[in-house]
Design a protein around this ligand. Structure first.
Ligand code: DMJ
Length: 646
């Protein structure tokens, strides 16, 4: 048969002319674009949308006075790396660690691509609804009924185990009148911060001191009152008893733990779990204990992953589902987040007589011990699915910081019996010294960051806690290294002090560099802000306790004066946007860690050492004091830390 070519019809394809094909293709591509666009307007519940977008992106904006969606904010800010935190809007994000990240151009740029790549991964999310998670209270019952011990935790027995009274001989009042006056000044700063929070933001998470309203954010899911929980122990040790009673009453009557919403596991743990535990141990109020047990149980589903490494975000409601942060590399978990649970979780097991909490964190420890570490270093991103490192970025500042802190503090809190933590800490420190610790041409010692073998000569304000950390760990490495560690701790603390003295305001920037001509100064506009962070003052406090060198108290006083001059506003304390400018530009946020950490460490710096003595207490990373579990004190098997799997 012969096919005859019809006039006006192309010989190719389906018999369409070239121009017709072009129109058809145009129509087809329009249709595809329309379908994709529609995805973004679908309601959040639509499954299809969850497949295409990482979970964080699909979360609804929590609406409430002053609340914003941090994840969306992170993504938005990712496109504005040149702007310092807080300059993008009137708001400063609650999670300062996460804020840091969002500002990094590398993370910012990669974040979008990685989120899309992670979208596929999101399907692998291994989350169990709360009903399928072993209930801590159910397990506690069976634990009590079985072979395991059933003696309930006794507060009196705990108190009898302490070596010294928690508040010292005279609540830590120093005999020297000048030091006492300085201490009183810090107390006044606390009262001022608290009073304004109470007046303008009561029950909200943080105070916005310029606009005189409350900030909620969504780092804590539906939980509220972060400033109250973070302040309980500070008010108590300062003897601000009327204020403490108000705080306690609020916890008793208004702290709603049945709130829904996606929360940061890390932030809820360090602020809420840590704050409630400390309040309980200091006061013996059973109410704090039952609240913290209830909250602790809500955190357990985050560990339901193939490796047991928890994800960063957890729904505190009944679903108990968890996710990785949308911005974190390929659905990974963050070292400083999953590595900053140990102290609180050991105490949750201690109080509940239920080993499950300790098992969860010991499992993290086990994985980290086994996994191969580049040059002995711990990278910041780990996949909770495969248990492998996702990137080789190492930092003692944001993303890594409190993981190292919790290793040495776990050892100290176990009354030096936790050999695993000890080995990991000194191993990590050796690798840090070999790879990260640097000396500038001007003689300043600093901790650089490490990106797959390439050094970034930058140190974050967050990394300044390491002076204190290396100091408190000086005694327990090799004996011949004691002085070396004390010297290193003093040098790092000195460098961090330099970052303060080299600024016009005498407050330190968010990050400072040692390249590009300067030393210990921020070279980027986006690193110039100060958000009332505690880390530098924290190191002064530890170095004071360890050496009694008066310079640390002087440096602390310089910080008080600078805070008064540049951060005190009419209705509270606020962060500032540029530590190099004498023209104040406030960020309108009184962070809750200012009340729990910055002011507490200052107060301790000007107090006698018998206020919360280090022989009995370790501070969690939010400065909430947790007691050392003394080995010679009689405890039953559960409190000895035996886990069910051991
Ligand atoms: C606090 O919430 C904690 O110290 C945390 O470990 C990191 N930094 C903030 C304060 O800067």
């Amino acid at each position: 048969m012969v096919f005859r070519k019809l006039p006006g019809v192309s010989a190719s394809g389906m018999g369409l002319r070239l121009s017709q094909k072009f129109v058809f293709l145009l129509f087809l591509s329009g249709l595809v674009t329309l379908c994709f666009g529609a995805l973004f307007f679908l309601p959040d519940s639509v499954r299809l949308k969850r497949i295409f977008l990482s979970k964080t992106e699909t979360q609804p904006v929590t609406v409430g006075s002053g609340s914003e969606n941090d994840a969306r904010e992170l993504l938005k800010r990712a496109k504005e790396p040149e702007l310092p935190r807080g300059m993008t809007s009137a708001r400063v994000e609650t999670s300062t660690r996460l804020k840091n990240l969002s500002r990094k151009p590398t993370v910012s740029r990669e974040a979008t691509e990685e989120r899309l790549a992670a979208a596929g991964k999101a399907l692998e999310d291994f989350t169990l609804p709360r009903s399928r998670t072993e209930s801590a209270s159910a397990k506690a019952t069976s634990f009590a009924r079985g072979a395991a011990p059933s003696e309930p935790f006794s507060y009196d027995a705990f108190k009898a185990c302490l070596l010294k009274p928690p508040l010292g001989r005279d609540s830590g009042r120093p005999t020297d009148p000048e030091t006492n006056a300085r201490r009183e000044k810090v107390k006044e700063m606390m009262k001022f911060s608290w009073d304004n929070y109470k007046r303008y933001a009561w029950g909200k998470n943080e105070l916005r001191p310029l606009t005189r309203n409350g900030h909620i954010g969504n780092m804590f899911g539906g939980l509220r009152g972060a400033s109250i929980i973070d302040s309980l122990d500070t008010l108590y040790i300062m003897g601000l008893m009327d204020e403490y009673k108000d705080a306690k009453e609020w916890v008793e009557t208004s702290l709603d733990l049945n709130s829904n919403g996606e929360a940061s596991l890390f932030e809820v743990n360090i602020r809420y779990v840590g704050g409630l535990l400390a309040a309980y141990y200091l006061t013996g109020e059973e109410m704090y204990k039952s609240k913290v047990m209830e909250l602790g149980e809500k955190l357990l589903p985050a560990f339901n992953t193939p490796t047991g490494i928890p994800r960063g975000v957890i729904n505190l409601g009944s679903s108990g589902t968890s996710w990785s942060w949308g911005w974190a590399s390929a659905g990974s978990s963050i070292l400083a987040e999953f590595g900053t649970l140990h102290l609180e979780f050991v105490h949750l097991s201690e109080l509940s007589r239920n080993p499950i909490y300790k098992e969860k964190v010991m499992n993290i420890r086990k994985l980290l011990t086994k996994i191969e570490k580049p040059h002995g270093l711990y990278p910041n991103f780990l996949s909770p699915v495969s248990g492998n490192w996702v990137q080789h970025h190492v930092s003692i500042g944001g993303l890594g910081d409190s993981f190292y802190e919790y290793l040495i503090k776990s050892y100290l809190m176990s009354d030096k019996t936790d050999e695993g933590a000890k080995k990991m800490y000194y191993g990590a420190l050796e690798a840090i010294e070999a790879n990260l610790v640097q000396k500038s041409p001007g003689g300043l010692t600093y901790m650089a960051e490490w990106r797959g073998g390439i050094l970034d000569h930058k140190m974050g304000h967050l990394a300044c806690f390491s002076g204190g950390m290396i100091g408190i760990g000086a005694d327990d490495g090799a004996p011949e290294k004691r002085q070396h560690f004390l010297d290193l701790a003093a040098e790092i603390t000195h460098t961090c002090h330099e970052s303060y003295t080299r600024s016009a305001t005498k407050l330190g920037p968010e990050a400072f560099r040692f390249d590009g001509g300067g030393e210990a100064t921020a070279t980027r506009l986006s690193d110039r802000y100060y958000i009332l962070r505690p880390e530098v003052i924290e190191s002064y406090m530890y170095m004071w306790r360890l050496t009694h060198d008066p310079k640390y108290r002087e440096w602390g006083w310089e910080a008080v004066e600078a805070l008064e001059r540049h951060c005190r506003v009419e209705s509270g304390f606020s962060g500032i946007r540029d530590v190099y400018s004498m023209t104040a530009s406030h960020d309108n946020m009184q962070q809750s860690f200012f009340l729990s950490e910055t002011l507490k460490y200052l107060y301790l710096l000007f107090s006698d050492d018998d206020l919360l003595p280090l022989e009995d207490w370790v501070f969690n990373t939010e400065a909430h004091p947790l007691p050392i579990i003394h080995k010679n004190c009689q405890r039953d098997e559960a409190t000895q830390g035996k886990t069910a799997s051991e």
